[in-house]
Design a protein around this ligand. Structure first.
Ligand code: NAI
Length: 335
C-alpha cells in the first residue's frame, strides 16, 4: 500500500507508519498537497495531512487510486466529503488529541492580551526597561463565554474556573457533563454575547457556524469585550471583527485561526493565472493582514494544536487509523 504523508517535516510520523507493516511504502512530503505537486503522487492509495491541507475535489480527482485519507487533525472542513462519498474514499480524523493543548493556547492568547505581554517583551528585547503604560485587567470575577462545549470548550471552562471566572455557555447540544457543574450556565447565544467579558470560540467549521460571529453578533457584545478564536477562521466575519476593533467597541482579539490560511502562507497563489481569486477571498486575506498589524490583536499561525504531547497523540492515532483501514476495519471515520 502506497501512503503519502503531506506537511510531514518531522520523521516520527513516517517512522510510526512504516513500522506498522513491511508492505507499506511511506513517502513524506515536507509541504502540503497542492495543485502543483499532486500529479507526482498519482499512485497513492492513502494520503495524510494536517487541517490546512487542501483535500478539495480539484486535488482529489487527480489521485485515481486514492481510497483513504487520514487527517492528522480533529477538524475535517478541508476535505470535500461529498466527493469522497461519491468516489468510495474513506476519511478518518483524530477526534481527541489536545483538548488541554488548545484550551491552554486560548488562555495564552487571553493572558497575553490582558497584560500586553507582547509589546512589553518587544520593548525589553529592544533594551527598553522603562515602566510601561500598558495597564491590564484581571480575569478573576469576569464572565467567560464559551461558544461550543465539546472537548476543548469544556477544558477551557475548567481553566476559566481556575482563574475565578464565572461561565456562560452556548452549544446547540448542551453537554450532560456540565449539567451539575457549579458556576456554568447554558444560555441562548444572544444572552451570552450580551453578558460575557471574554468570548472564546470552540465550535467546528460547518455551514451553520460559517460567519456565526458577524456584524450583528459584535453589535450585541458588551462594550470592551475580548474575542478569542482557536476554532476555525470562517466562524468569524473578519471584516466585521476589524470594524468592531477599529471602532473601539471590541477591546481586543486573540486569533489562532483565520479564513484562507493556505493563501496567507502562500500569498503568491492569489495571483496564479489558473486560480483567479474571488473578491471575497481577497477581502479575507487583506482583513487578516490588517488584523495581524493591530496593537490590540494577537495572531498566531494556527499553532494552538502544537505541543509535544498533542503531536504524539496525533501520530499514534493516525498510525492506528491507517492500520485499521489496511485491515479492513476503519476507525475514527468522519461522514
Ligand atoms: P467537539 O466536537 O468535541 O466540540 C464541538 C462542540 O461544538 C460540540 O459540543 C457541538 O455540539 C458544538 N457545535 C457544533 N455546531 C454548533 C453550532 N452550530 N452551534 C453551537 N454549537 C455547535 O470538538 P473539539 O475537540 O472541542 O474542537 C472544536 C474545534 O476546535 C474543532 O472542530 C476544530 O475546528 C478546532 N480546533 C482547532 C485547533 C487549532 O490548532 N487551532 C486544534 C484542534 C481543534
Amino acid at each position: 500500500m502506497k501512503i503519502v504523508l503531506f506537511s510531514a517535516n518531522e520523521a516520527e510520523t513516517a517512522q510510526a507508519i512504516t513500522a506498522l507493516d513491511p508492505a507499506f511504502t511511506v513517502t513524506s512530503v515536507a509541504g502540503p498537497i497542492t495543485a502543483e505537486i499532486v500529479d507526482s503522487y498519482t499512485d497513492a492509495d492513502v494520503i495524510s495531512g494536517f487541517a490546512g491541507c487542501d483535500f478539495s475535489a480539484a486535488i482529489l480527482s487527480r489521485l485515481p487510486k486514492l481510497r483513504f485519507i487520514a487527517i492528522r487533525a480533529t477538524g475535517f472542513d478541508s476535505v470535500d466529503l461529498d466527493y469522497c462519498r461519491a468516489h468510495g474514499i474513506q476519511v478518518s480524523n483524530v477526534p481527541v488529541y489536545g483538548d488541554s493543548t488548545v484550551a491552554e493556547h486560548a488562555f495564552g492568547l487571553l493572558l497575553a492580551l490582558s497584560r500586553s505581554t507582547v509589546p512589553c517583551a518587544e520593548a525589553t528585547r529592544r533594551g527598553d526597561f522603562a515602566y510601561t503604560p500598558a495597564r491590564g485587567f484581571e480575569l478573576r470575577g469576569k464572565i467567560f463565554g464559551a461558544i461550543g462545549t465539546g472537548h476543548i470548550g469544556r477544558r477551557a471552562i475548567e481553566m476559566a474556573h481556575g482563574f475565578g471566572m464565572s461561565v456562560i455557555a452556548y452549544d446547540e447540544y448542551p453537554s450532560p457533563l456540565l449539567r451539575d457543574a457549579p458556576n456554568v450556565r447554558y444560555a441562548p447565544l444572544d444572552e451570552l454575547l450580551a453578558q460575557a467579558d471574554i468570548i472564546s470560540l470552540h465550535v467546528p467549521a460547518t455551514p451553520e457556524t460559517d460567519g456565526m460571529i458577524g456584524e450583528s453578533q459584535f453589535a450585541r457584545m458588551k462594550r470592551g469585550a475580548v474575542l478569542i478564536n482557536t476554532a476555525r477562521g470562517q466562524v468569524v466575519d473578519n471584516a466585521a471583527l476589524l470594524r468592531a476593533l477599529e471602532s473601539g467597541y471590541l477591546a481586543a482579539a486573540g486569533l489562532d485561526v483565520l479564513p484562507d490560511e493556505s493563501l496567507l502562507r502562500h500569498p503568491a497563489a492569489l495571483f496564479a493565472p489558473d486560480t483567479p481569486a474571488a473578491p471575497a477571498t481577497m477581502r479575507d486575506v487583506l482583513a487578516a493582514r490588517v488584523l495581524a498589524s493591530l496593537p490590540n490583536v494577537i495572531v498566531t499561525p494556527h499553532n494552538a494544536y502544537n505541543t509535544a504531547e498533542a503531536f504524539r497523540r496525533i501520530t499514534e492515532t493516525t498510525a492506528a487509523n491507517i492500520k485499521a483501514f489496511a485491515q479492513g476495519n476503519p476507525i475514527n471515520l468522519v461522514t
